[in-house]
Design a protein around this ligand. Sequence first.
Ligand code: SF4
Length: 653
Amino acid sequence: MNRYLTKSRFKLATECPTKLFYTGKIQYPDTKLDDAFLTALADGGFQVGELAKQYFPQGHEITTLDYEEAISQTNKLLNQEEVVIFEPAIRFGNLFIRVDILVKNGNFLELIEVKAKSYSKHEDKNFLNKSGKLESSWKPYIFDVAFQKHVLQSAFPDAQISSYLMLVDKDSQCATSGLNQKFKLIKNENNRREVVTDELSERDLKAKILKQVNVDHAVNLAYENELKTGYPANSFKENIIEFANYYQQDEKIAPVIGAKCKKCEFKTNNENESQKSGFKECWKQQLNWQEKDFSDPTVLDIANFKSADKCIQNGKIKLKDIEKEDINYKESGESALSQKERQWLQIEKVQNQDQNIFFDSDGLKKEMEKWTYPLHFIDFETSAVAIPFYQGMHPYEGIAFQFSHHILHENGKVEHAGQFLCTEQGEFPNFNFVRELKAQLEQDNGTIFRYSNHENTYLNMVLQQLKCSNETDSAELCEFIKSITKSTAKSNEHWIGKRCMVDQLELVKKYHYDPVTNGSNSLKAVLPAILNSSNYLKEKYSKPIYGTEEIHSHNFVKKTWIQFDDAGKVNDPYKTLPKLFDDITDHDVELLSETDELNNGGLALTAYAKMQFTEMSDYERNQLQKALLMYCELDTFAMVMLQEAWQVMLKQK
Ligand code: SF4
């Protein structure tokens, strides 16, 4: 079988050439989603490719997956003087590409790569930074086109080729309502994903929300200046040849480990007799490590650490070898922990084998003195779809489709105070979302908590949407939003609301560090840690009191949240919830549930996309809604439990 270097393999190699050896081999599991259907939903870009094709009504699509058949059909079509082909197959030696859209006009070829990435003419210009070099965030996209152009030019040396990215135009506005509902995702009889498109009207296509941008200059810059160091060869085009040869011969390119290894997809926990970790293989090869070395925390484990590459190059890899100067440690002089102080605390605890929790009771107490009871805990689930719901909306405008709300009263009473969920197909939920949030929060003047900046960002965005709307209560809703938020850095107007939400994540970072979280501040890491360390929580929630008169719940009845495993550790409460999707693998659940400070988790937004853009029975929809409500309720209940544990810890000091 031919082992071709394709677009996706070339992309992998530009991230790290060693990955080419591991990719596609069952003995090296990776952390990509198992299910292509869920991947398409989670990624959300599947509609963009279909819309792009609608701009070329005369296009011919090559659908076969068979390499030889696809090449033969492509060549037949290319015999025409003028033709537009979707997914044509082009081969040159051991290089093989399927171009998204190829336009042939005599000797002129237009190569168009469609990406569901937003682009603004004013902000992104020619994909260059101030020094005239390729902007790093655009490099993967430009490299992709540069690779394809090289293959196409090699296959058709006499053709004149122009290359383009077709991107989602952030500055455009949708001409009609309901456009995104015209693209539905289905599983075909071969269990493969397929997009079904309703007929688009002339008006649907009138204001184009995808923009075709010429990238020839950027591609030339890539050829001249990129992929020069850290790769087997010293230039972009030579590296294409090298990657292809190594891949064809199934030979590994020697690993060069670095900070990039932290997010490597071959860093998995799924090892067994027949499956190996590509990550460990690289680290053993370069560092001569033995299996036992992997139990020592490394610089990759330090939260928000920018100097990992420097430390690795200097041979300072394990935390036990790190000194203050390696992390540019500086004392902040403030009472709360700074980022550097927290990083050093993490390292020091490893070096001293100290498993004790750091808890700055004085600092947290001072914060608590500013709070007003009852305390409110809120969490939003959101999505941003490329193709807007309504006429006049911009691509990727955020959708706030769900929230949960818990209250903790001064006397210790906990209640699930309310929730909101709107998953109706084609319905824009944001304004009703804010109306309901306002109704629930304006019952008193208690302090409101969020976990991360996400809620503030989204409310700022809805504020802008309201300002452009004709909603009769727009002024009231805007005033409410401003009262509980602060302005974002991009805002022209500056404010800090009287009842501005308090970020519980910031409180964790400043005042609480549990070594078992290994530096992760995500609530999914902090929750199990606090459940295992707090005897108060263990005692209280190992009884079926949640969803009773004692603790009101909208979605649970007599729920016992805390259950112990055989070793006496608390089981992860999220694992007791029903699965959101039928036949989803545990591996995919874990991936979609991953959260860090930037990623709010893909599970809920994938479920939302499924309800918007696939056909499902009422029963299935109902079950999915019930599960979504449970997940979100646990998100805010987790915040309550953290607060309860802190209150008890303060009393014990
Ligand atoms: S572990 Fe590091 S060196 Fe190895 S394949 Fe992954 S990123 Fe490359």
